[in-house]
Design a binder for this molecule. Structure first.
Ligand SMILES: [Zn+2]
Length: 334
């Protein structure tokens, strides 16, 4: 009878597999964030390695190797559901890669009885195969829930679909042409396991698990519920209005990523001019808008809500940003 695999022995077993796989794809990553993450993993500092790999992926290193390593790092920490989540991501997003074969083997070793069923629980795409193209809504996916989390409700999916259906057609087309995506998940910890108790970089008083949404490049994530601090418990769903507002705001970030608008000189000048008309007190209170990317995203949200005569969220700061507002209006003929 072969020796029973224990959690402790798994990382060592996979380390041998990894060496052969990763020497190719990561060979050029010298001195990079990724190389540092690999070094942490090799030093068996699995806690730091999970954070480092997650940061790499969130910064755009969306490679099968990075996801596979993230899974191995979770495994090293003994967080099996998180490890499985990362392995499933490799098998789904990079189905034909060598890493996917390793990830499938890891899943089978971790859960010999149920892994096939687990693998079959694919991300739910809202696209309807064989049906006519419906624009950006076809680029929406519903993320599965981690074990113990409630799955995304139909009411949330409906709210997101309602928001997308009310987008001006030119924005809808722009998002599709730019290959933007939108994922609905129960919480940030479902697509990004283990990240929920991290402190929010822009607001030290709140955690990542309390965020309603976040966009990486042009990939938007909408979260249905906040997570209780320090526990794997998800709380009450956000209201439909808040979800719709989040969709508009995050789409603003995706649009900005596609066009690079908030980084353009013309935008910077208008943004600075608008800010110069706002009192220091107000700027302190709404420091959010000092970031050009946030100002752009909020302006898109505000303009789309205005078009839809949706006054569920009125924002005095956006109204004062007249230069930025005119710029975005003209850009998309809003
Ligand atoms: Zn934002």
């Amino acid at each position: 009878m072969p020796p029973r695999l224990t959690i402790k022995s798994l990382p060592q077993i996979f380390a041998a597999l990894l060496l052969t796989i990763l020497s190719g794809s990561f060979a050029e990553a010298k001195g990079s964030q990724l190389e540092e993450a690999v070094a942490l993993y090799n030093a068996r500092n699995y806690a730091a390695a999970t954070t480092a790999f997650r940061n790499c992926i969130q910064a755009g290193e969306n490679s099968p190797g990075a996801w596979l390593y993230l899974g191995h790092s979770y495994l090293g920490k003994g967080q099996i559901p998180y490890a499985m989540e990362a392995y499933i991501t490799v098998t789904e997003r990079f189905a034909d890669s060598t890493e996917a074969t390793v990830a499938r083997n890891c899943l089978i070793k971790l859960d010999p009885k149920n892994s096939t069923a687990y693998i079959a629980a694919k991300l739910g795409s809202l696209a309807e195969p064989g049906k006519p193209d419906r624009g950006f809504v076809d680029r929406v996916r519903v993320h599965r829930a981690l074990p113990g989390h409630p799955r995304v409700c139909q009411a949330t999916v409906n709210a997101v679909m309602k928001a997308i259906a009310s987008l001006p057609p030119q924005i809808n087309t722009y998002l599709c042409d730019g290959k933007a995506t939108l994922t609905i998940a129960p919480n940030i910890t479902d697509p990004w396991p283990g990240s929920g108790d991290g402190i929010k970089p822009t607001d030290p008083s709140s955690t990542m698990g309390e965020e309603e949404a976040r966009t990486y490049g042009r990939d938007c994530y909408i979260y249905e519920r906040p997570k209780k601090r320090g526990a794997e418990i998800l709380l009450k769903r956000y209201s439909e209005e808040r979800i719709i507002g989040s969709v508009y705001h995050e789409i603003g970030h995706a649009v900005d990523d596609i066009g690079g608008y908030s980084g353009k000189t013309e935008f910077s000048k208008l943004h600075a001019a608008d800010l110069s008309t706002i009192s220091a007190e107000e700027k302190r209170k709404h420091s959010y808008y000092l970031d050009p990317g946030e100002a752009f995203a909020e302006t898109i949200r505000s303009l789309v809500q205005e078009i839809n005569k949706d006054d569920s969220y009125s924002d005095p700061m956006v109204d004062k940003m007249t230069g930025v507002r005119q710029y975005v209006k003209k850009l998309f003929r809003l």
